[in-house]
Design a protein around this ligand. Structure first.
Ligand code: SF4
Ligand code: SF4
Length: 369
């Protein structure tokens, strides 16, 4: 790809920090925190700081289509880098119809102006799916269909970032019966890099971290679904703190049983962690406070294609009531995990039964008589 580049006369990221009253030390702390988020080795962390100190801020245009604004809500809660640092210091945000002060024709004119100045060099960020039938008539913003807007703005972009499962894979709008004929960004943009940051919503630091990485190094290494491997290289299950209970066959079997109270594995309650690639178990949410499994609910698999239509959220993977989504095959490791999960669950039930039997045979138990 051509590197995302600045509009004319944009300051470097370091200059932008300084213009906004931040010291060089704050800039370096920002770089260190971002490098840590991206798990960069020391040498690349130094390159990141060097690039951000010398490269001017690139222009970013952010379009929202068929979505719930949850992805942007998530982005506003990024702790490191914060959204403020991102939009005031790291990028030049030329258009976002929720965050920008301008409205109506002046907003559209500002977008066209930014596109003209940075043609071929700006980054396009998209959240939401795009309906295709009737020339895109099911989603119209500012008198222009989402379909036409995407095609128009993508034409001059260096790269496109699809934020959230709706933009990445069609998400909820595409769910059966897909009444508006919604498709994902990658179904329409085929002549330039598309980076998918899936999740419903995505973890905010994944959005900000990916933007910074793209600006500094270009397109990161992607998985088969075009997701950055640094954030989507492991399953939730690979890094889940409840994994030791899974390995011992200790499972909660209802949301208020002894297993649930003890914090045992949620596999039997339908957790899709073994087949879901995301960073929730390590990065967590709200600045690393917690994530769904830590709050007692299994993973729903929201960062995988077709998660809404795959099957039953509350039955274990081993029951086969969770399909492979939009035709793609589950990764071998995931299938193996599900099979192992089934075996572990059976072993766990046997152990639980043995414990129950032992307890009912105890001389003090009423049924032991
Ligand atoms: S099945 Fe779910 S709760 Fe259990 S260890 Fe795996 S990810 Fe964690
Ligand atoms: S734990 Fe699973 S369902 Fe929940 S946000 Fe993470 S990937 Fe999505």
């Amino acid at each position: 790809m051509s590197e995302p580049s600045p509009a004319v006369d944009e300051p470097t990221v370091l200059e932008s920090f300084q213009q906004n009253g931040f010291s060089r030390r704050t800039f370096l702390k920002f770089c260190a925190a971002t490098a840590s988020l991206l798990a960069l080795p020391a040498a690349e962390a130094a390159v990141l700081a060097e690039n951000l100190a010398t490269k001017p801020r690139p222009t970013v245009i952010y379009l929202s289509f068929q979505e719930c604004t949850g992805c942007l809500e998530s982005l506003t809660r990024s702790f490191s880098p914060t959204l403020e640092h991102l939009i005031f210091n790291v990028v030049s945000l030329a258009y976002n119809d929720t965050l920008q002060a301008a409205a109506g024709e002046s907003a559209e004119a500002a977008r066209e102006d930014a596109m003209r100045k940075a043609w071929g060099k700006y980054v396009l960020v998209v959240d939401g799916a795009i309906p295709r039938p009737l020339d895109g008539a099911y989603c119209v913003v500012g008198g222009k269909s989402a379909l036409a807007s995407l095609q128009h703005v993508a034409e001059g972009a260096a790269a496109v970032i699809a934020v959230g499962t709706c933009a990445a894979f069609g998400g909820l709008p595409l769910a059966n019966p897909n009444p508006t004929g919604a498709v994902a960004v990658q179904d329409l943009v085929r002549d330039k890099p598309v980076i998918n940051l899936s999740g419903c919503p995505p973890i905010p630091e994944i959005i900000t971290g990916s933007v910074v990485y793209l600006l500094s190094f270009g397109v990161p290494e992607l998985d088969e679904h075009r997701r950055p491997k640094v954030f989507f290289g492991n399953t939730i299950h690979d890094r889940c703190y409840r994994r030791p209970f899974y390995d011992k066959g200790l499972f909660a079997t209802s949301f208020d049983d002894e297993g649930a109270r003890n914090g045992w594995c949620l596999y039997e309650l339908g957790c899709k962690g073994p087949t879901t690639y995301n960073s929730c178990a390590t990065m967590k949410w709200n600045g690393g406070t917690s994530f769904p499994i830590e709050s007692g609910h299994g993973c729903l698999g929201c960062s995988e294609p077709g998660f809404w239509d795959r099957g039953d959220f509350y039955h274990p993977l081993s029951t086969g009531r969770w399909g492979s989504g939009m035709g793609e095959k589950l990764a071998v490791a995931a299938v193996a995990g599900a099979v192992l999960g089934g075996a572990a669950a059976v072993a766990g039930r046997q152990r639980q039964k043995a414990r129950n039997d032992a307890s009912t045979q105890h001389p003090d138990h009423p049924e032991a008589k």
